[in-house]
Structure formats: structure tokens, C-alpha cells
Design a protein around this ligand. Structure first.
Ligand SMILES: CC/C=C\C=C\CC(=O)SCCNC(=O)CCNC(=O)[C@H](O)C(C)(C)COP(=O)(O)OP(=O)(O)OC[C@H]1O[C@@H](n2cnc3c(N)ncnc32)[C@H](O)[C@@H]1OP(=O)(O)O
Length: 734
């Protein structure tokens, strides 16, 4: 961990060294300061270049040192600001040579420099807000002075990262190079030696402000509240930028410091920051997968995938084709039916056109011919050329088995066979092939080209190489792959089950869909259970319940309306479906919509009357339910199922579950994920509540507290990072 100096003629090159990402620890900043002082006083040095070792400028503060967030991170920011200020005041030109990343404190350091030269592929951003803090080393004061109020407001409040070409357009950097960045920066430095520096010092620059600033700040706060559901740091960013506009630079720096300090002083803001930092490391932790049999990320090497095939061009298949093509993988897209194939081709082309436009807007000159080529075909035999096949037909075991039987004989013997399913048994599908070790589940989330999560479902026979290949593929696709075990509905949907049932029981007991949704959305979930069900389509669950005989023609005669095999059952969603209310797709569901396919959910008086009549018909007494009761009643059973999933070794650690929920189910990152949330609430409290719920509702088995939860409480509720050791897995490094 150091910064070193070399000289190239009259130019001193300071290199930050702290592998793997040149994070700015206390020691690293001390070292930069020391070398910077040294070169300031060296008469032979006429200009200074600052760069990072191994193609990365700096990923900002060392997040690992934030563990006990408080004064320490606060003073680290002040310290970095001292360095920034020294660079800014230097009488010799200081040039940041940005390769790879300049993020958070890394970009703040670059803003203290007089000039910035970046490699064309470099990424720049003030990402602090995504870790629950905000730029505290002058970033909120310098960025608006450099690129203007509105772009700075957007970058700082959302943590948006821009590529060098966009940064150049914004005026964030002065030059872009496709060649050696350090050499380009040295050359740049040589050209500016002796030129006046006053106009290059951001601390002296006025901010160009539009006249309606107050409206801009207020609108921004409202927008951020909706977007980030009550996360405090985003709001504070706006206040810091307001200070940049209203105060002289030095006072603005003091205000920035005061606001940052307020995060460390508020328990709620501190918890949100802890949760976000946990979520960051949890995403890295899940790449180091393990299975109960002892296979792990180190024990297998992934195979590269040059050609991938997708079978079925419905909504999921189309999205999967798009993400493979975007990753420049050659795709064979197969359909059974000519009309479906044509519709699929058109839909994929349309999405890729939109993606091209977005890429261009983001400064990535990626034209459609830079996507992997796609062959649309009805010919199943073309699958013989694929390294990996993803079957994405609808959820029907017989159909999937039929397809896998064919794949087994058509595909290369070493080809990997994946099934995109949200809950079917992988082993049953693998059993019809002659290569169960190469079969694995890939549960994509809709829309597949956008959602980051991929549940990678290991079957009993899936080999470590197969797991490793698909996890690697998920990274290539820009997704986060989480390895999970094979059980009905896997991890995410399995935990959703009790949550959705609980929400529906609340309707029987006196709540309305909009009331329940409001509580969960205020908690931070992207969508409450009823809006989400309307989006997914109520018919999906209805079909599956009919299939399993819970409702419809297969229901055994004499079954009670509100009970199945002695367990509480609510027929409410079945009745809605019988009335043709499938959600957004029919314009009616738990809500009403302005049109068929509309998205704006409006409370429906029909639903209210229907619930009223239903309660009356079943003589259910309406119970008043507080917001807190709604929250606990819905979330604690979801968490409880998470503990069951851990106990059964379906997920290998709490981080896996949290990554799944943060990236696939709209869980608010500033709440860390359901398991992290449970650890913050306190396991004894969750357990006690579940015990009371179960005692009062013995006909709801999902309320029965999980054995693992009880065990952890009995052991004195160890911190989350120790739960893994209770499962026989290696200890978490978090
Ligand atoms: C002196 C401080 C003064 C002011 C304070 C300012 C506040 C901040 O700067 S907050 C930090 C802001 N920085 C970020 O948000 C960047 C976070 N990192 C990333 O986004 C990515 O890691 C990446 C830099 C884009 C690299 O991505 P990738 O190539 O996919 O590799 P990863 O697997 O993500 O990371 C590799 C390895 O590095 C660890 N790591 C990354 N960033 C940091 C960091 N800032 N601090 C500490 N460690 C970091 C990451 O955990 C990985 O470690 P493993 O042990 O291999 O898992």
C-alpha cells in the first residue's frame, strides 16, 4: 500500500499502489500526500501526473475500513480533501491519468487535479451514495463547478457512472486516449508546463446556475424519495450541492463535512450505510460459491462459451437472446413454429435497436454489428453447434423432458444443457438425458435483458465445471449468478410463497390491497404484493393451483372453502381469476387499470365491495391492523422461510438470499436484504413474533419458527457473518 514516484524528464509520475483496485486507505492517502509534497519542492519537477497501478486509477475509499462506520470514514474524507486541496493549489500543473476506474474518492482526487486525461474505456463516478454516504472530499463542491449544476446533481445523487467519451462531453475530463494513458498524460503535462493554472482550480470557479434552482432541488428530492424509497444519503447529496451553489467554496466544504458527519450521527442513516456496504460485499461473496458436497469456485474452471442456443422465443427466450448477443456471444435462436419465430425475431430486433441507442447515449459506440450474430431457425439440428443451450419454453415438465431428450442426442457430448425454470425439478429434467452432470437450471428474471439476477440451480448431478461455467457466463452477461439448490420454487420464489399468502390473509381479515401495498412500499419494496401480483399475472399462480388440485376441476369434493388438508387457504385470488381478473394483462386484478396492459394501479371499488361481501358471507370479523403489524405479518414469514432455505442447504449463506432479494425482488438495498434486515431487527424479536403468530394461527404452517432461527437465538444471536458456520459451510469473510 503505497504511492511511488518516477520522473520522465520534467514530469513526476506518482503511482497509487493498493491492489486490487488501488483503494484509498489511510496509508495510501498518507503516501500520496508525502510524495506530492516531495515533488512540489523538487525544482527539477515542472509538472505532476497521478495514476494508479495495473490499469486502475482508484476505486475510491477502502470500503473494508468502513466496517465500523463513524468518525474514521469521516476523517478519512477530510484527509483526502487536504490532498485534493494541495494538488489544486500546486503551482505546478497536476494531471490525473485515469485508466480503468476513478470512483468515489478516486474521482474526488482527480477533481483536485488541474487536468484529467482518461482512457476511452475508463469509468468515472461519484458512487458514494450507493454505499449510503456521499462524496465528502470536496466532490459535491467541485463537480458542479466543473460540469454544471444539473449533470452534477444527477451524478452525485444517483451514483451514476459514465464512460470516458461521455465524461469528455460533460467537460469532466480534458482528453480521451485509446493508447497508453500514462504516456498520453505525460505528453499532455509537457504541453501545459508554464501555462496559468488559476482557471484550472475548481475552488475558484463560479457555478453556472439556472434561475429556478429551488424548484430543481425540491423536485430532485421528491424524485429521489420515490426512486430510493426513503434512503437518507440521496437527500443529503442535494443539500450538499445546494451549499455548493449558495456558499463560497471554503464554506461549502465545511457544510459538506457537517452533512457527512450527520450521517455518522444518525442511527438510521448509519444502518442504511451498513446495509448498502454489506450488499456490496455480499455480491462479491456469492461469486465464491460452495456446494454442500464441498465443490467450490476454486475447484473448477469455467469453459468459455462461444456459441449459445436458446429454445423458445417467448418473453423470457427473447430477453435471454438479447443478453447473450449483447455479450457478443453467437446465438442460435430456435422455435418450433414459423409464426412464433418471426414474432420472436421482430421483438429481438426491436430490443436490440433500443439497446444500441442507449449504448450510443452512454458513449459506447456499439453498433448492432458489434452484437453477437443471431441465427433464427426452426431447425433443431442446428443445436449441434452450440457450446451451451438454454431451454426457455413455458413451465411444463412433460414438454421440457421431451426437449431435453432431443438435446441429449443432438448436441455435442460436452455441451451444457440449461433449463430456464422458476421452480421445476432440475433432476427430473436431467434424468432423461445421458449427461445429467452437464444439466443445470438457469432461472432468469423478467425482463431477462434487464434484470441482474440469475438463480443458478445445481441439480444433484450438476458438475462443478457446469456450475462454474454458468456462473462465469452470468458475469459475462453482466448479471449476478447465485448458486442455489434444487427444491420447488428454489430460493426467491419459495420465500415469496408465505409472504404472498400472508398478504392475502390480511384481505380476508379486513385490509384492502392498497393499504397492504402502501406499508410494504413505504418500507422500501419496489412494489407491494398486490401490485406485483397484478404485474406478474394472477393466472400464473391460478394455473399452478389448478394443476395441483387446490382449486378447479381437480379439487376433491367436500373440500372446505377456506381450508386445504387442515391448513388455512384463501380462495380470493382464485375467485378473481374465475371472474377474468388476471391483473394488468386484463386491465383488472387486485386493482383497476386505465386500459388492458395499463400500468397505473388504481384502487377498485369493485374489489372493496367484493371483499366486504366475502367477509360477510364467511362471517369474518374485520380486525384492525396497524402498519407495523402488516409489516411483521408479511415479512417475518418470508424471513422464516429464508432460515428454512439455509437449514436445508438450498442457499449456502444469508448473503446469497440477500443478493437474490436485492437484485430480483425489489428489496431496498438500504435494508440490506431480508436476512440482513432480520439481523438488524434482532433475531429474538423475529422469533418471538413468529411464535405468537404461530400460536394464534396453528393452521398456517409457514409461521412455525425455523429450527435454524431457534438455534441461532439459543446461541445468543451471533452476527450474520457467523451464521454460515452453523451450516457446516466455510465461515463468511464479511
Ligand atoms: C480516502 C477516502 C476519502 C474519501 C472517501 C470517499 C468515499 C468513497 O470513495 S466510497 C467508495 C466508492 N467506490 C466505489 O463505490 C467502488 C466500488 N467498487 C466497484 O464498483 C467495483 O469493485 C469495481 C472497482 C468497478 C471493480 O469491479 P470488478 O472488476 O467487477 O471487480 P470486483 O470483484 O468488484 O472487485 C475486485 C476486488 O476489489 C474489492 N474492492 C472493490 N472496490 C473496493 C473498494 N473501494 N474498497 C475495498 N475493496 C474494494 C472487491 O471487494 C473485490 O475483492 P474480493 O476480495 O476479490 O472480493
Amino acid at each position: 500500500m503505497s504511492a511511488s514516484k518516477e520522473t520522465e524528464g520534467a514530469v513526476a509520475v506518482i503511482t497509487i499502489r493498493n491492489p486490487p483496485v488501488n483503494a484509498l486507505s489511510q496509508q495510501a492517502v498518507e503516501s500520496i500526500l508525502k510524495v506530492l509534497k516531495e515533488v512540489q519542492f523538487d525544482p527539477a519537477v515542472k509538472a505532476i501526473v497521478i495514476c494508479g497501478e495495473n490499469g486502475k486509477f482508484s476505486a475510491g475509499a477502502d470500503i473494508r475500513t468502513f466496517e465500523n462506520i463513524g468518525q474514521k470514514s469521516d476523517s478519512l474524507s477530510h484527509f483526502l480533501e487536504d490532498v485534493n486541496s494541495m494538488a489544486e493549489k500546486s503551482e505546478k500543473p497536476v494531471i490525473a491519468a485515469i485508466e480503468g476506474v476513478a470512483l468515489g474518492g478516486g474521482l474526488e482526487l482527480a477533481l483536485g487535479c488541474h487536468y484529467r486525461v482518461a482512457h476511452v474505456k475508463a469509468r468515472l463516478g461519484l458512487t458514494e451514495v450507493l454505499l449510503g454516504i456521499f462524496p465528502g472530499a470536496g466532490g459535491t463542491q467541485r463537480l458542479p463547478r466543473l460540469i454544471g449544476l444539473l449533470p452534477a446533481l444527477e451524478m452525485i445523487t444517483t451514483g451514476k457512472i459514465v464512460f470516458a467519451p461521455v465524461a469528455l462531453k460533460l467537460g469532466l475530463i480534458d482528453s480521451v486516449t485509446e493508447d497508453n494513458t500514462i504516456k498520453a498524460a505525460i505528453h499532455f503535462a509537457q504541453n501545459v508546463i508554464g501555462k496559468p493554472l488559476e482557471s484550472r482550480r475548481l475552488c475558484t470557479k463560479p457555478i453556472q446556475c439556472p434561475p429556478n434552482m429551488e424548484t430543481i432541488f425540491n423536485d430532485s428530492k421528491i424524485k429521489l424519495k420515490k426512486l430510493f424509497h426513503g434512503a437518507i444519503s440521496h437527500q443529503l447529496c442535494v443539500e450538499a450541492i445546494r451549499a455548493a451553489v449558495q456558499l463560497p467554496f471554503a464554506e461549502g466544504i465545511l457544510k459538506e463535512r457537517e452533512l457527512l458527519f450527520s450521517i455518522f450521527n444518525s442511527e438510521q442513516a448509519r444502518d442504511q450505510a451498513k446495509a448498502r456496504q454489506y450488499a456490496f460485499f455480499a455480491e462479491r461473496r456469492v461469486t465464491k460459491w460452495t456446494t454442500p458436497s464441498g465443490a467450490n469456485w476454486k475447484s473448477a474452471s469455467p469453459h468459455p462459451i462461444g456459441v449459445a442456443a436458446v429454445i423458445g422465443l417467448g418473453t423470457m427466450g427473447r430477453g435471454i437472446v438479447v443478453c447473450l448477443a449483447k455479450a457478443q456471444i453467437q446465438v442460435i435462436a430456435v422455435e418450433q413454429d414459423g409464426k412464433q419465430l418471426e414474432m420472436g425475431r421482430k421483438a429481438v430486433t426491436k430490443i436490440l435497436e433500443r439497446e444500441t441507442l442507449t449504448m450510443q447515449q452512454r458513449g459506447l459506440a456499439l453498433m448492432s454489428d458489434s452484437f453477437g450474430s443471431i441465427t433464427f431457425t426452426l431447425d433443431f439440428n442446428s443445436l449441434k453447434n452450440a457450446d451451451l443451450v438454454i431451454e426457455a419454453v413455458y413451465e411444463n415438465m412433460a414438454l421440457k423432458k421431451e426437449i431435453f431428450k432431443q438435446l441429449s442426442s443432438i448436441c455435442m457430448p460436452e455441451a451444457f444443457l440449461c433449463t430456464n425454470t422458476s421452480g421445476l425439478n432440475i433432476d427430473e429434467i436431467a434424468s432423461v438425458t445421458g449427461r445429467p452432470h452437464l444439466v443445470i437450471g438457469t432461472h432468469f428474471f423478467s425482463p431477462a435483458h434487464i434484470m441482474k439476477l440469475l438463480e443458478v440451480v445445481r441439480g444433484y448431478h450438476s458438475s462443478p465445471t457446469t456450475i462454474s461455467t454458468v456462473i462465469n457466463l452470468s458475469k459475462v452477461l453482466g448479471k449476478i449468478g447465485v448458486v442455489v439448490g434444487n427444491c420447488p420454487s428454489f430460493v426467491g420464489n419459495r420465500m415469496m410463497g408465505p409472504y404472498l399468502h400472508q398478504a392475502i390473509f390480511l384481505l380476508e381479515d379486513g385490509c384492502y390491497p392498497e393499504e397492504v401495498d402502501k406499508v410494504l412500499e413505504e418500507f422500501g419494496l419496489a412494489m407491494g404484493p398486490f401490485r406485483m401480483s397484478d404485474l406478474v399475472g394472477l393466472d400464473v399462480g391460478w394455473r399452478s393451483r389448478m394443476e395441483s388440485g387446490l382449486t378447479g376441476p381437480k379439487l376433491l369434493p367436500g373440500a372446505l372453502v377456506r381450508q386445504r388438508e387442515g391448513k388455512r387457504y384463501s380462495p380470493l385470488p382464485d375467485i378473481l381469476c374465475e371472474k377474468g381478473r388476471f391483473g394488468q394483462k386484463t386491465g383488472r386484478g387486485w386493482y383497476q387499470y386505465e386500459t388492458v396492459g395499463g400500468r397505473n394501479a388504481v384502487p377498485d371499488p369493485w374489489v372493496q365491495n367484493f371483499l366486504h361481501d366475502y367477509r360477510k358471507a364467511h362471517t369474518i370479523k374485520q380486525k384492525p391492523t396497524s402498519q407495523n403489524e402488516i409489516l411483521e405479518w408479511c415479512l417475518y414469514p418470508l424471513i422464516n422461510e429464508g432460515f428454512n432455505v439455509l437449514e436445508e442447504e438450498i442457499a449456502s449463506g444469508p448473503e446469497d438470499i440477500d443478493v437474490i432479494y436485492n437484485n430480483g425482488y425489489g428489496w431496498p438495498r438500504h435494508m440490506g436484504g431480508p436476512m440482513f434486515y432480520a439481523s438488524m431487527v434482532g433475531l429474538p424479536k423475529v422469533l418471538t413474533k413468529l411464535e405468537v403468530f404461530y400460536e394464534n394461527n396453528p393452521d398456517i404452517p409457514s409461521l412455525k419458527p425455523s429450527g435454524l432461527l431457534k438455534k441461532l437465538v439459543k446461541q445468543g444471536s451471533p452476527p450474520l457473518k457467523e451464521w454460515r458456520s452453523q451450516l457446516g459451510y466455510q465461515n463468511s469473510k464479511l
